[in-house]
Ligand binder design. Structure first.
Ligand SMILES: [Zn+2]
Length: 522
């Protein structure tokens, strides 16, 4: 049996990034794009270039860096300036796609756009033609398609294809669809749009009713050959369809769907961890495919069955998705070679510099704790990925706390340009004192929104992982730190978040300088 290939269109950097508190800076977007390329997704929607100079820059950088390894896509409304701006951001990519959208449902026509049906069709045709003039890969999305009258949807789709759209994406923008009904929309389009075979049908589902993945799969069963999704189902409100669930459902049930994807499934787990670590959006323990418990068989009767024959209770193997458990793997005497092997097996691709740093961290950790688990290694790697952007590094930390004493923290920071700053502060407890000292040292006034500490693996000597969310200048920032000492991990996580604030203000400064330079050329 020959399987049809489903195009995996990842929109973690566009739709996913829109969710509150999940915004990423350009360096972080580039990091995620690199992971998506390694994962093997077909299309990366890198942003909405007209939305902001930062969005433009990110799409451009992703295009220049990865445009030869995946199709890079930029989003545009049905407006001349949107399409031109998106094209300018994508131009340097070898493989590129313009994605044009326009709402078609009666509620959007009447209240948002104040356009009638004929105006909608005319605008879609004009703007799809404009996009097709730039690029032979054009996607058109009738926004809120799931609530659009079917006959009108057919008319818009037919004319958009005639105008040059090579992919027709059907979004369930508000997460209103149910599987049978959404699947039927695809069947209807196939049966009633005469030129439908000239385009690829795509599904874009939101998870407001918890049906995003089910709806996407129903679309696949009815002929959709592209699915739009995000890592960990990241996205506004209840999120988008989760990439890892779509991919593993199509793979595990290839017998039913008759389809496959080009995704390297053993990279799913590390990519999930990376996105979670960058956005600060945690993955629930029982989340399908990438949750910590997704492969834990606790019931005695299951364990017995598993020992006899794994497939009695296991439909996927943990290694198929690059799952990182708490297997005891390495100790102090494991050499560089064994460590490199393990890193590869865990699905990470590290350049030599990062590898060397992580290896040194591993040696330091092996001095502090006897047993090192996969989850420890994954935490060490996550901690070092993307850290090149940090302005301040923690040089030293001393705290004193206890009963009958005022909690105090003394901290020394070293900057990129070797400047050393020292300061101390008191607080309600040692963590509070550390945070106050860091704010004094960096001169940033931040509000702590969330603080969480958890152990990375088993045992009293386990590494502690601290996650913080702060608000500075009205924006949310996340930081993560790990150490066998949770006060140090707290300091690292807070400093990480403060470094992101600094990176943002530096980027804003350089953009302001750029636009001044541009003005002066006029
Ligand atoms: Zn969406």
């Amino acid at each position: 049996m020959t399987y049809d290939t489903i195009t995996i269109f990842d929109t973690t950097l566009r739709d996913g990034e829109q969710s509150p508190g999940c915004s990423m800076n350009t360096a972080e977007k580039l990091e995620v794009a690199g992971a998506l390329v390694e994962l093997g997704v077909d299309v990366i929607e890198a942003g909405f270039p007209i939305a902001s100079p930062g969005d433009f820059e990110a799409v451009q950088l992703v295009s220049r860096t990865y445009g030869d390894r995946a199709t890079i896509c930029g989003l545009a409304r049905c407006r001349v300036e949107d399409i031109d701006r998106a094209w300018a951001a994508l131009e340097d990519a070898e493989q590129r796609r313009l994605h044009v959208f326009l709402a078609t449902s009666s509620i959007h026509r009447e209240f948002k756009l104040k356009m009638d049906k004929s105006q909608i069709v005319a605008a879609a045709v004009e703007m799809v033609s404009r996009a097709a003039g730039y690029c032979d890969d054009v996607e058109f999305s009738p926004e809120d398609a799931a609530r659009t009258e079917l006959d009108f949807l057919c008319e818009v789709v037919e004319k958009a294809i005639a105008a040059g759209a090579t992919t027709i994406n059907i979004p369930d923008t508000v997460g209103y669809a149910t599987p049978e009904q959404f699947g039927a929309v695809f069947g209807y389009l196939k049966g009633n749009v005469p030129n439908i075979e000239q385009s690829v049908l795509s599904a874009h589902c939101h998870n407001d009713l918890g049906l995003a993945v089910a709806n996407s799969l129903a679309a696949v069963a009815e002929g959709a050959r592209q699915v739009e999704c995000t890592i960990n189902g990241l996205g506004e409100r209840a999120g988008n369809a989760a990439l890892e669930e779509i991919v593993m459902a199509v793979q595990t049930r290839g017998d039913y769907y008759g389809c496959s994807t080009r995704v390297n499934t053993n990279k799913l787990f590390p990519t999930s961890r990376l996105v979670s670590s960058i956005t600060g959006m945690k993955v629930q323990r029982n989340k399908a495919i990438v949750g910590q418990n997704a492969f834990a068989h606790e019931a005695g009767i299951h364990q017995h069955g598993m020992l006899q024959e794994r497939t009695t209770y296991e439909i996927m193997r943990p290694e198929d998705v690059g799952f990182v458990g708490t297997n005891l793997v390495l100790g102090k005497h494991s050499g560089r070679h064994a460590f490199r092997d393990r890193v590869d097996q865990l699905g990470y691709t590290l350049d030599d510099t990062v590898f060397q740093t992580v290896f040194e961290d591993f040696i330091t950790l092996a001095d502090k704790k006897k047993e090192i688990y996969d989850s420890d290694i994954a935490a060490l790697i996550d901690n070092r990925i993307g850290e090149g952007v940090d302005f301040w590094k923690l040089a030293s930390l001393h705290t004193s706390a206890g009963t009958d004493t005022i909690p105090t923290a003394t901290i020394e920071l070293q900057s990129d340009d070797e400047t050393i700053r020292r300061d101390a502060a008191t607080g309600d407890g040692p963590v509070d004192a550390v945070f106050r000292a860091l704010e004094r040292l960096t001169g940033i006034d931040a509000r702590l929104e969330d603080y969480e500490v958890r152990s990375v693996s088993k045992g009293k000597d386990a590494q502690g992982e601290v996650l913080v969310e702060i608000v500075a200048g009205g924006r949310h920032y996340h930081g993560k730190g790990i150490s066998t000492d949770i006060i140090e991990a707290s300091a690292q996580s807070y400093l990480k978040a403060l470094n992101k604030v600094i990176a943002d203000s530096q980027a804003a400064d350089s953009q302001a300088a750029d636009s001044q330079a541009a003005d002066s050329q006029d």
